[in-house]
Design a protein around this ligand. Structure first.
Ligand code: 5AD
Ligand code: SF4
Length: 423
């Protein structure tokens, strides 16, 4: 999501005549696109700002902006810790950037646009790194209000783009040679529900399935609550829907799930992934988990491990609970000591590794479809992703970049597969 947002920021500025540089020291305008999801993410930005402050001494005209979720989360509070920042621009306000940069020179510092519910732009220009894989934002914001999460505050309520605008953008991408699209939304599978004329996610996927040139469709992040029969059926019905799903469960205990306001039980979650695996037997499943949520007991953490074992995830992102300002969970005391959070995280990561290793063994001797993206670290090698969204390395020349090939998998490591191109 943040990479895609940075692409939009670059696209908006480029359209206005700015040039994007990879050389930070040469930039006249430095915009940090930030994340507020955990405290550590914000602290990293303050330390980067401290570094940039030094440059301002010799280059008083350097324009420094804090964009993204920290801008809407901390608002002018950022000026308290970093008074030398010129621009605060929230995740839904990027279209104002060209004007704000001008205003820094014409009207003075401290330009601020931090309305989390700013009206949705149907289409934003984008600078994309890849010429064949594209991220496409289909919703902004989130209506879920999970109690630990800052996103509804920083990105506002859910607003979906019109289906036709998304389809036109993807048709345009296909014409330019794009082969894979990843649809983005905080709860991507709740797409279209709040539109004046509700438009189901599965119908949107059906329309994208019909676009010539697009061969793989992915989407992140799905919420278990919106895993409905038509959503499950997509994996069997639409061949372009890649057999990969990121479906956070966050915690295994029903009491904790309730306190998180996740709005499903452990049993419902398991039932849904069983149905998904019945529709798509080779589905690759990944998830997000939080350990050490307020009052989580050892037994409740055990339930998180039990769900992991039962669901047999291929990969996961695991986090220690981090208390966020202005979230409903601020009303709960952050009771689990840091050392216990750390120890639970380590146990979870050990389980993750063990299960991923065993699940990965089944890939040996199989042929995967791979879209090659760039040259590998070793000379004469190529790197890409298979249909399951796993990294695959194979020998091959750069002329194959941007192309699909069938690859025989011959070697495994926990995160990467190694193979030989068959045809
Ligand atoms: N503390 C720890 N992890 C969090 N996440 C969201 N909010 C918090 C928080 N306060 C995690 C969730 C979410 C992922 C993007 O970040 O697991 O799915
Ligand atoms: Fe945050 Fe929950 Fe919305 Fe995800 S679904 S962005 S965790 S509030």
């Amino acid at each position: 999501m943040n990479v895609a947002d940075s692409g939009h920021m670059a696209g908006i500025l480029k359209q206005d005549g700015y040039e994007i540089t990879q050389n930070e020291a040469a930039a006249d305008v430095v915009l940090l696109n930030t994340c507020s999801i955990r405290d550590l993410a914000e602290e990293k930005v303050f330390s980067k700002l401290g570094e940039l402050k030094e440059r301002k001494v010799d280059e008083p005209n350097l324009v420094l902006g804090v964009c993204g979720c920290m801008a809407t989360n901390l608002k002018k509070g950022i000026f308290k810790r970093a008074p030398y920042v010129d621009i605060l621009c929230g995740p839904r306000s990027s279209k104002h950037l060209p004007r704000m940069i001008n205003d820094v020179f014409e009207k003075g510092r401290s330009q601020v646009e931090v309305e989390p519910n700013e009206a949705l732009e149907e289409f934003l220009p984008s600078v994309r790194e890849s010429a064949f894989k594209a991220w496409v934002n289909i919703t902004q914001g989130c209506d879920e209000r999970c109690t630990y999460c800052v996103v509804p505050n920083t990105r506002g309520d859910q607003a979906s783009r019109q289906p036709q605008s998304i389809i036109d953008e993807i048709k345009g991408l296909a014409e330019q040679g794009y082969k894979e699209v990843t649809l983005l939304g905080q709860t991507v599978n709740a797409y279209g529900l709040e539109l004046a004329e509700p438009y189901p996610f599965s119908k949107l996927i059906e329309s994208i399935q019909a676009i010539d040139g697009i061969e793989w469709i992915r989407f992140v992040t799905s919420h278990p609550k919106y895993v409905t029969p038509d959503f499950i059926e997509m994996f069997a019905k639409f061949p372009k829907v890649a057999p990969f799903l990121h479906l956070p469960y966050q915690a295994g205990s029903n009491r904790i799930l309730k306190r998180m306001a996740r709005r499903y039980t452990r049993e419902e979650y398991i039932e849904k992934i069983n149905a998904l695996r019945a529709a798509c037997p080779d589905l690759n499943l990944s998830t997000d988990i939080i350990v050490g949520f307020p009052e989580e007991t050892e037994e409740e953490f055990q339930e998180t491990l039990d769900v992991y074992k039962e669901a047999q995830f291929d990969s996961s992102f695991c986090f220690k609970y981090s208390q966020r300002p202005n979230t409903p969970a601020m009303n709960f005391k952050d009771t689990v000591p840091e050392a216990v959070k750390k120890e639970r995280l380590e146990r979870l990561l050990a389980l993750q590794k063990e299960i991923a290793y065993v699940r990965n063994l089944k890939n040996l001797g199989k042929v995967h479809r791979v879209l090659f993206e760039n040259v590998g670290r070793k000379e004469g090698s190529l790197r890409g992703h298979n249909q399951y969204n796993q990294v695959v390395i194979s020998s091959g020349g750069p002329e194959l970049i941007g192309q699909f090939r069938d690859v025989l998998i011959v070697e495994n490591s926990p995160m990467t597969l190694y193979g030989e191109i068959k045809n």
